[in-house]
Design a protein around this ligand. Structure first.
Ligand code: NDP
Length: 335
């Protein structure tokens, strides 16, 4: 197999020398195992966290281990009765061309359902489900309410905006740059803003004359700062990601301490903030597949993918993901 391993842990921004591309021999699959060929590899923001040592909701990738990642893969050889050569699966195949995995570790089988295979890594997979579950369980947008989401051209944010709009909310999407901003308008956000604009905070204030009822938190940083004064009483904040902080490990940075004031605001305004990891709500996954499958087929949910070719491109594409150089769900197509 050709694979990319974690060579060293980054301090701050990850760099090319944190990864190593190498060839490695593959074991033959034993009882209960599968030999798979990865066709598509998903690159996701959470992978930055797996590069750091220390406590999080999942264990770090060990030095010299293959970088973790979900893949769409073809079974080449099966030593498990439920799988046959030629079948397609969604698996944790990692940043590599081939892998031997336990059949139990397969996430699900993929069947020809008329959707591109790569969507099972994006809008019709983990990120789309994150949007669906975070809204269903925490955000709960109501007709006439205002919802704000950033990273809104990506698979989580774009899906959040479109589902909330279907449910009757007024939606404000935030993204970096004019091209992404226009894309948000084209997929139905009521207002689309560029967070790089100098007067972004003022633009956001003008965009929400009735205040904000749901802020789906994907980014943190200055978007969060601009949102906080605009929150309505009883606003809900599903805390899904804080990508602006991923290179600082979420440390609380020096500066005036605004935390006590914010905690008072939570009380005064009876805010609900709840952090979640999508698998906390995995009981909703079958319903998600049914609903999202229908929405994708009838065009009610649109999506965009950013497909990069070749495993060797994965590190550079991943660095771009953390900086907004991707435009849509980032996927690596493996030869
Ligand atoms: P995206 O494809 O949206 O990519 C990340 C985007 O974040 C970039 O394209 C960039 O878009 C934006 N971004 C990066 N830095 C900043 C910044 N400083 N300020 C504002 N925006 C920034 O990724 P996903 O849709 O896959 O993920 C979105 C969020 O959801 C992430 O925080 C991720 O960690 C989280 N997530 C959480 C899950 C959970 O279970 N809790 C599961 C899946 C994802 P732009 O150019 O618009 O700035």
């Amino acid at each position: 197999t050709t694979r990319i391993v974690l060579a060293s842990r980054p301090s701050g921004e990850p760099r090319a020398d944190n990864f190593r591309l190498e060839q490695a021999p593959l074991a033959t699959p034993g009882p209960g195992q599968l030999l798979i060929r990865n066709r598509y590899l998903s690159l996701d923001p959470y992978m930055r966290g797996r590069m750091d040592a220390g406590r999080s909701y999942a264990a770090p990738v060990a030095i010299d281990d293959v970088m973790e990642g979900r893949t769409v893969a073809e079974v080449l050889e099966s030593q498990h009765p439920d799988y046959a050569a030629g079948e397609l699966v969604l698996a944790s195949g990692g940043w590599q061309t081939h892998a031997v995995i336990d059949a139990r570790a397969v996430i699900r089988k993929l069947h020809d359902d008329g959707l591109p295979l790569s969507t099972s890594l994006g809008v019709y997979g983990m990120p789309g489900f994150t949007a669906y579950a975070g809204l269903h369980e925490i955000g709960k947008p109501q007709a006439g309410e205002t919802l704000v989401v950033a990273a809104a051209s990506g698979p989580v944010g774009a899906t959040v905006g479109q589902i909330a709009r279907m449910q009757g909310a007024r939606t404000v999407g935030i993204a970096g740059g004019e091209a992404k901003r226009q894309y948000l308008e084209s997929i139905g956000f009521d207002v689309a803003l560029d967070h790089r604009a100098e007067d972004f905070a003022a633009q956001l204030r003008a965009a929400v004359p009735q205040g904000i009822d749901v802020y789906f938190e994907n980014v943190g940083g200055k978007v969060f700062d601009a949102v906080v004064p605009l929150l309505n009483d009883f606003a809900r904040i599903p805390v899904c990601g804080t990508i602006a902080n991923y290179n600082s490990r979420g440390e609380i940075l020096p500066g005036p301490d605004r935390l006590p004031g914010f905690v008072s605001q939570i009380l005064r305004q009876r805010l609900t903030l709840r952090g979640f990891i999508q698998r906390d709500f995995i009981h909703l996954f079958p319903q998600f597949l049914t609903d999202m499958g229908a929405w994708l087929k009838d065009g009610r949910i649109q999506y965009r993918e950013d497909i990069v070719e070749g495993l060797e491109q994965a590190p550079e594409a991943f660095f771009g993901l953390l900086k907004g150089r991707n435009f849509g769900k980032l996927v690596v197509k493996l030869d």
